[in-house]
Design a protein around this ligand. Structure first.
Ligand code: MN
Length: 135
């Protein structure tokens, strides 16, 4: 396999996703719509430096990291670097954020779990002074 094949995204970039809860450009390609399977799944791509606000999911969330380098942080814990192949299991109602590293695009597949429990509770933006300290 060539290097080019290794970095070619498997799923489409999708459309620019307009949201007040992200601080930069983010693209979304729905892969599994909200249907009887009850497990909405999307390919999400963050431009370098783009992250989302603190938030929580009433039913939890799974992130499957596929491209680039990013970060995930739960409130009260150190931020954890994300690379392709990493799987993040986010429990219900845990306050967290995720997104790209300052200098890298980042793509993860987002799986919304247990959505019968409710939606996403969006909160304040991440302190960019803290984000900018991340290596
Ligand atoms: Mn989340």
């Amino acid at each position: 396999m060539s290097n080019e094949q290794l970095v070619t995204p498997v799923f489409p970039l999708g459309e620019l996703f307009e949201s007040p809860y992200f601080n930069g450009d983010v693209y979304r390609q729905p892969l599994v719509p909200q249907n009887d399977l009850n497990c909405p799944t999307s390919n999400i791509t963050f431009a370098p430096g783009c992250i989302n606000n603190w938030h929580s999911h009433a039913g939890g969330q799974i992130l499957l990291c596929t491209n680039g380098r990013g970060w995930y942080q739960e409130e009260g814990k150190a931020a954890q670097e994300l690379n392709p192949g990493d799987v993040v299991q986010i429990p219900a109602d845990i306050k967290h954020w995720h997104g790209a590293a300052k200098d890298s695009w980042f793509t993860h597949i987002s799986i919304s779990t247990n959505i019968q429990a409710g939606g996403t509770d969006w909160m304040e933006p991440v302190d960019l002074e803290e984000y900018n300290k991340l290596a």
